[in-house]
Design a protein around this ligand. Structure first.
Ligand code: ADP
Length: 473
């Protein structure tokens, strides 16, 4: 809707503001103007009529009427003179009036009381307006009549008309100025917004390559930047999701193919010895375990992704958690002839975390260390550094090539696909570990030397007030 456009709203507001300022200013100017002129004319009339009245008042009584007539005749000013009964006895320059007519009774009464008269008179033939001022002619306490002096208000009316015209012009000017401002604003403000709206709609439709052109660094510019960032994030999210789903189907299909294939071999009795049969059964068993692990991992990851994972956060002694995890992993390590050593700096502070998730992290790392180590052992160290707890897990295994290190926390990333498969990995373990560590405010780093071993270092925040040592004191 056109009325809903920001430019129309802004333009309307600007025009309204102009009018709000201009109208009262115009009104005041007109008032001041007309008041000033009116007073000028009034004062002039008052002075003149008072002056004539004065002159006439001093004339001898017998001569008063002829003198009044004579004065009117000589006068260039529009005036008329009435006697004490209100009858017009002399006129100068007022064609409307006739000698011998009477002015209204109230005026005669006012004059007889010695008071002046002030009125606006409209000439019947021309509709011209006059300002009339009548002064009583008073001599020794008697009112002999009155002198009325008239001045045309045409000049004032014309000037006022001019002022009104000028104000109207100013108003029109303001209107067009506002229109101009609105036009410029529409270019500056509304165009980028329209562009952004179009871009946002395109992005919503799935065209994630859409970008808004950045033209400024103000709020509109940062909005455009935000839209671009959003498009970029969505694009990355879509790409990783696509890749993720492709990986899932691939990773799930492989063990199922194995299970299917070997189950068929067994069903059709296509083996030659009991030993061969056991071998096939153990493959089916291993692949089923792998499958269920993978499904469990995927379930965890999807919960993490949706933010639905609920952490039971409490103050935990991570040393105890680590000891529990090592205990669980020991059987597996022993089977490979590996030793797990734990070295803890005493009095480690408590960590605010989820005990079960912490166990999951440690078991995952220990599992990997055992899986990718053939001889030597696994060394776990725990110590405090400032307000943090550090946990290092080092093995003497096959290590990870340096160029692969940045990717090992990625989902489904496995160093040498065949090697991991041979060890029964899913490629999801470290991704889950990293997510869980970060969810609990921690951090994980890895370093490795190929053929020598791998070291994972975890950092968790803590506070000194809650340290076990201080609690005991
Ligand atoms: P997987 O289930 O395949 O082990 P992870 O996500 O746990 O998946 O690990 C990713 C990859 O990192 C593994 O495929 C493995 O090659 C490598 N990796 C992990 N831990 C170690 C380790 N301790 N020693 C050597 N390689 C490791």
């Amino acid at each position: 809707m056109i009325g809903n456009r920001i430019v129309v709203k802004l333009g309307g507001t600007i025009i309204l503001l102009f009018l709000i300022v201009l109208l009262p200013v115009g009104f005041v100017i007109e008032r001041i103007f007309s008041g000033f002129y009116f007073n000028e004319v009034r004062d002039q009339n008052e002075q003149l009529s008072a002056h004539y009245a004065n002159v006439l008042a001093t004339a001898p009584n017998a001569n008063i009427i002829p003198m009044m007539e004579m004065m009117a005749g000589f006068s260039q000013v529009k005036l008329y003179i009435v006697d004490s009964r209100g009858q017009i006895i002399a006129i100068s320059g007022v064609p409307d009036l006739i000698k011998g007519e009477s002015v209204p009774v109230e005026e005669t009464t006012t004059l007889s009381q010695g008071k002046a008269i002030e009125k606006v008179y409209v000439e019947s033939a021309t509709a011209k307006r006059y300002l009339v001022f009548g002064t009583p002619i008073a001599s020794k306490g008697d009112v002999l009549g009155g002198v009325y002096v008239m001045s045309s208000l045409e000049g004032i009316d014309q000037s006022l008309q001019k002022v009104r015209e000028m104000l109207t012009l100013a108003g029109l000017g303001a209107f067009f100025l506002a229109l101009g401002v609105t036009y410029i604003l529409s270019k500056k403000l509304s165009n980028p917004l329209i562009q952004m709206e179009k871009a946002a709609r395109k992005i919503a439709k799935g065209d994630l390559n859409t970008r808004v052109k950045l033209t400024s660094t103000d709020e509109i510019g940062s909005l455009a930047q935000a839209i671009n960032d959003l498009a970029f994030d969505l694009q990355r999210y879509r790409d990783t999701r696509k890749e993720f789903f492709a990986n899932i189907s691939h990773e799930l299909r492989t063990p199922i193919t194995y299970v299917e294939g070997y189950a068929k071999v067994l069903k059709d009795k296509l083996y030659e010895s009991e030993q061969e049969k056991d071998q096939y059964l153990s493959i089916i068993h291993d692949e089923s375990i792998r499958l269920s692990r993978m499904i469990g991992d995927l379930f965890d990851l999807s919960k993490i992704d949706e933010g639905k994972i609920s952490l039971q956060l409490e103050w935990n002694d991570v040393t105890e958690v680590m000891e529990g995890a090592i205990q669980k992993a020991t059987i597996q390590a022993k089977e490979k002839g590996l030793n797990i050593q734990l070295n803890v700096q005493d009095k480690l502070p408590l960590v605010y975390c989820d005990g079960n998730r912490m166990t999951q992290i440690f078991i995952n790392l220990l599992d990997n260390a055992i899986r990718y180590t053939d001889k030597g052992g696994i060394y776990v160290e725990m110590w405090q550094e400032d307000l943090q707890i550090k946990i290092a897990m080092k093995d003497t295994g096959m290590g990870i090539p340096e160029k692969e290190l940045p990717y090992i926390f990625d989902r489904f990333y496995r160093v040498e696909k065949s090697r991991s498969r041979q060890f029964g990995g899913t490629g999801l373990g470290l991704a889950i570990v990293k997510d869980l560590v970060e969810l609990q405010g921690g951090d994980i780093l890895v370093s490795s030397i190929l053929g020598k071993g791998t070291r994972f270092e975890l950092t968790f925040p803590t506070t000194s007030e809650t340290s076990i040592g201080e609690d005991e004191e």
